[in-house]
Design a protein around this ligand. Sequence first.
Ligand code: SAH
Ligand code: SF4
Length: 337
Amino acid sequence: MSFSDIKSLTNAELRNFLAENGQKPYRAEQIRVWLYKNMAESFEGMNVPKELCELLEKTFRIKSLTQETRLESSDGTVKWLYKTADGLPVETVMIPTETRASVCVSTQSGCAMGCAFCRTGKMGLNRSLEAGEILEQIINVWRIQTVTNVIFMGMGEPLMNLESVHRACETLHDQKAFSMGKGRLTVSTSGVVPKIAELLERNTPCQLAVSLVAADNETRASLMPVNKSWALPELLEGIDNYIRKSDEWVTLEYILIKGKTCSPKAAADLIKIVKPRRCKVNAIVLNDCEDPNLQAPSQEEIDEFMRLVRSEAVQINIRNPRGRDIFAACGQLAMRL
Ligand code: SAH
Ligand code: SF4
């Protein structure tokens, strides 16, 4: 595998690279301190021989993203638009709460999955990001403040770029880098079932969230093309396997859409799915999208839906939309300024 950003390499790969180029392998640890503890933006100034510095400079990039804009919401949420070295848009969102600062990272520029309710989906896919490009989004926030959580819920389908997502999680988890516990890293998928199993096999240090969106197969298929490849029963089987083998809880993301996912029948379907499983539900009211057939329900409909689901003792939280005024909320990342 060849990378253009040095942050995409594992420690072992960096050691190999150094050995192959007549350098001392232990310098790898020194370089990683420079990258992740010092969060340096250039190789210059690193305490290594000049010749090694030059070798790194001509082989790798240390900085891959250029900031195009930064927008701050009235609720404190911040969104950055970056361009990659090849000119592609990437967005990052930082969501502050009283005790936390969560960074929502993009794993791809755009997304190929084509969900009907999502603006990123409308963009189509430019390309997957390297691990270094994912990490850089987080490092840029770390330079300003402590990052307590990372959610892989920005642009893109993380499990269609599992290699890079795995590498990014490993570095975030690494005690010699960011030392973030696996409970602080959440990877969200639209339901790429075989890759859920792979995430488990690789033992990627993260928690799993699944965009259930709708609780019956037909509605889900009408909103998410991915449901045609892996239908709801297969997805649930994949989730069950994950829970059985990992002994973890899985978060299900559910979108409240008028006339589709917010009815008493939808509540009953959702209860049927969640009750027997180690799952909790994050419900989110549909954010404005380009499809005129998809609308947010009224407050009464939302309240009634939540009451019905809660009456069965199912764990469901409704998430406040954050950063709506700057198009930083879920499904809004599409380089609109
Ligand atoms: N591609 C991955 C992760 C990024 S999407 C996935 O789909 O899981 C992040 C979340 O935003 C998903 O749960 C998705 O269902 C949700 N989302 C997308 N568009 C939305 C919209 N218009 N309103 C509310 N949530 C939306
Ligand atoms: Fe892609 Fe997720 Fe948006 Fe679907 S919801 S189009 S998978 S980013």
